[in-house]
Design a binder for this molecule. Structure first.
Ligand code: FES
Length: 69
């Protein structure tokens, strides 16, 4: 889904940016241009950042536990 139409930024783009360390609207704006033109996307972009930062409880942990033999 497009979050920022002016800069053709999707929710997947935002999720990738968050996975790469982006954690604020300011950083997202600097990286992808979100909110720099009309500004209508800022609320949705902020919510998408927050959703992307939440731990995914429904997915199994990818952590690997090593047990000494
Ligand atoms: S929709 Fe994002 S700046 Fe216009």
């Amino acid at each position: 889904m497009y979050v920022c139409v002016c800069h053709a930024v999707t929710d997947s783009d935002i999720e990738c940016a968050v996975a790469g360390g982006c954690c604020s609207l300011r950083q997202l704006s600097e990286q992808l241009g979100v909110g720099r033109t009309c500004g209508r996307c800022t609320r949705c972009a902020r919510e998408t950042i927050q959703d992307s930062l939440q731990p995914r409880a429904s997915q199994p942990s990818r952590a690997v536990r090593f047990v000494a033999a």
